[in-house]
Ligand binder design. Structure first.
Ligand SMILES: C[S@@+](CC[C@H](N)C(=O)[O-])C[C@H]1O[C@@H](n2cnc3c(N)ncnc32)[C@H](O)[C@@H]1O
Ligand code: FES
Length: 453
C-alpha cells in the first residue's frame, strides 16, 4: 500500500565524466525545483520526493517516475516542474508532452542500456582498468581543495545575491579568468548555480559559507584549510615517524588559534548536551576542564547545575577567547580560566570531576599516563576523570574517523595519535583509577571514565 498519494523517484545518478547521466543534465536543479514547488503548494504530506540511482534511460535525462501509476517522465527541466505538480499531482492528469507513453519501448530501452552497462563493466574488468570508485577516492582531494580555496577567499560571501566572475574577482582581489574557472568548478559541485553568466550561491552555500548568515561555518572551516598544509606532509611524516613541520599550538599565530578554537567550539557546542547528560552533574561542585578550549563544555556543565563551578586550564593565547564565550553565556561568576601548561605541574586538588576532552590524542602514551596521574591527584576521593576522544577499537582499524584522525595527529604533533579502548583503560588503571568504563556516545567521540576511590 502506498503511504503517500504520489511517490516521485527522481534519478540523480552521477556517472563518470563523458557518460550520459541525469546529474550531468541538471537533475539536481529539477529535484530542488520539485521539492520547492511541492512545498509551495502545500503538497509535502501528499507527495513524497525521493532522489534515486539510475532509472536506465540515461540518454534522455533527467528522468523521473511517479507511483502508484508508474508514469515515466524524461527530459524534465526545472521549467517543467510547476506544470507537473499542478497537472499531475493536483489535477491527476499526467503531463503528456513529457510522459513516456509506450511502456514496451521504455522497457526495451532500459534492458538495452543495462546490457550495454554490463558489457562495458566486463570489458573494463578484463582490461584491468582501475575501478571508478577507486579512481574517485584518489582524486577526491580536488573537490575538497576547490571548496577550501573558495572558503579561504571568502568567495561565497562575494557571490552574495548573485554576481559575475569579474565582479567576484574584483571583490576578493583575484584574477578574473581563474576566478571564473573556480566558480565554474563550484557550480559543477552544485555549491554555486550559474544562470545566464551570473553566479548564485546554492541554499547550502548561502547558509553555511557566507558572512552574516547565522549558521556561517567558515571561521571554523578555515581550520580544515589550515590542516591541508599539514596533511600535504603526510608522506614525509610517515617516513620520519613524527610531524615534520611540528610547532607547538602556542606558537602558531592568532589566525590559526582563532580558526582552531572556532572549529573546536562548533563541535563542542553541538556535543556538550550529550556529554553532560552522559556524565551527569549531581555531586559535582567543582570541575576542572583540562585544555578546555572555548569553554563550551564547562559552560554547558555550569548551565546544567547552578551549584557547579568550573576551572578551565588552557594556553595564554586561548584564555581571552574562552573568556569571551563565558561572558556571552552569562556564567562568568562560576566559570574561570587559568593560563597554564597541561603537560607539566600540578593541576590543583579537591575536584569532583576532571574533564579531559580532545587532549589525549595530542600526547604520546607516556605523556598521557603522566597527565592521568596528575588528574588523579587533582580529584577528591570519589571524584571522576572523564576523557572524551576518538576511541579506536582494539585492533585500531575502526571507527574510520578515529583511524584517519590518528594521521591528523601524526602530521600535526610530536607524538600524538588516536588511542584504543585498551590503551586508555591501561593508563587509567596505572594512574590509580578504578571502575573504569567506556561510555559510547552517538557520533564520533566516546568517553573513558574512571573513579578515584
Ligand atoms: C583539541 S582542543 C580541545 C578543546 C576542548 N577540550 C574541546 O573538547 O573542545 C585542545 C585544547 O588544548 C589546548 N592546549 C594544547 N596544548 C596545551 C598545553 N600545553 N597546555 C594547556 N592547554 C593546551 C589547546 O589550546 C586547545 O584548547
Ligand atoms: S542516470 Fe538517470 S536514468 Fe540513468
Amino acid at each position: 500500500m502506498e503511504p503517500f498519494r504520489f511517490h516521485v523517484f527522481v534519478c540523480d545518478q552521477q556517472k563518470p565524466e563523458g557518460a550520459p547521466c541525469c546529474a550531468a543534465r541538471g537533475s539536481g536543479q529539477v529535484l530542488e525545483a520539485l521539492r520547492r514547488e511541492v512545498n509551495a503548494r502545500g503538497l509535502e504530506d501528499e507527495v513524497q520526493v525521493t532522489a534515486c540511482g539510475s532509472l536506465g534511460l540515461c540518454e534522455h535525462g533527467p528522468n523521473l517516475v511517479v507511483y502508484p501509476e508508474g508514469v515515466w517522465y524524461s527530459g524534465v527541466t526545472p521549467a517543467d516542474v510547476p506544470e507537473i505538480v499542478r497537472s499531475h499531482f493536483e489535477e491527476d492528469t499526467p503531463v503528456e508532452r513529457l510522459a513516456r507513453t509506450d511502456p514496451a519501448a521504455v522497457r526495451a530501452e532500459i534492458l538495452h542500456n543495462r546490457e550495454k552497462m554490463f558489457a562495458a563493466r566486463r570489458a573494463r574488468e578484463a582490461a584491468g582498468v582501475l575501478p571508478d570508485d577507486l579512481n574517485e577516492r584518489i582524486r577526491a582531494f580536488q573537490e575538497s581543495r576547490v571548496v577550501l580555496t573558495a572558503l579561504e577567499l571568502d568567495l561565497f560571501t562575494a557571490v552574495g545575491d548573485g554576481a559575475g566572475a569579474a565582479e567576484v574577482a574584483a571583490s576578493v582581489h583575484t584574477d578574473p579568468r581563474s576566478t571564473e574557472m573556480l566558480l565554474n568548478a563550484l557550480a559543477s559541485l552544485r555549491l554555486i548555480v550559474k544562470h545566464e553568466g551570473v553566479f548564485h550561491n546554492s541554499p547550502a552555500a548561502a547558509r553555511y559559507f557566507t558572512a552574516g548568515s547565522r549558521d556561517n561555518a567558515r571561521p571554523a572551516l578555515l581550520h580544515t584549510a589550515h590542516l591541508w598544509q599539514r596533511w600535504s606532509t603526510l608522506t614525509d611524516s610517515v617516513r620520519a615517524g613524527t610531524a615534520v613541520a611540528h610547532d607547538e599550538i602556542a606558537g602558531r599565530g592568532p589566525d590559526w588559534t582563532e580558526a582552531f578554537i572556532a572549529a573546536m567550539h562548533r563541535n563542542a557546542s553541538e556535543r556538550a548536551p550529550l556529554v553532560v547528560r552522559a556524565v551527569g552533574t549531581e555531586n559535582v561542585r567543582r570541575m576542572l576542564d583540562v585544555g578546555g578550549g572555548s569553554g563550551a563544555y564547562s559552560i554547558a556543565f555550569a548551565q546544567a547545575n547552578p551549584a557547579l563551578r568550573a576551572d578551565i586550564l588552557d594556553l595564554a593565547t586561548v584564555e581571552p577567547i574562552a573568556r569571551r564565550h563565558i561572558q556571552d553565556a552569562g556564567v562568568a561568576d562560576r566559570v574561570d580560566v587559568r593560563a597554564g601548561d597541561l603537560r607539566s605541574g600540578r593541576l590543583g586538588e579537591g575536584y569532583d570531576l576532571v574533564f579531559v576532552s580532545a587532549i589525549c590524542h595530542m600526547l604520546d602514551p607516556a605523556e598521557n599516563l603522566d597527565l592521568l596521574r596528575r588528574c588523579h591527584e587533582a580529584l577528591a576521593p570519589g571524584g571522576r576523570v572523564v576523557i572524551q576522544d576518538f576511541i579506536l577499537e582494539a585492533d585500531k582499524t575502526a571507527p574510520r574517523f578515529a583511524a584517519l584522525f590518528a594521521l591528523n595527529m601524526l602530521v600535526g604533533t610530536r607524538g600524538g595519535a588516536s588511542y584504543s579502548e585498551p590503551e586508555y583503560a591501561g593508563w587509567l588503571g596505572e594512574a590509580g583509577f578504578r571502575e573504569i568504563r567506556h561510555a559510547r556516545l552517538p557520533g564520533i567521540t566516546g568517553l573513558m571514565i574512571g573513579s578515584r576511590t
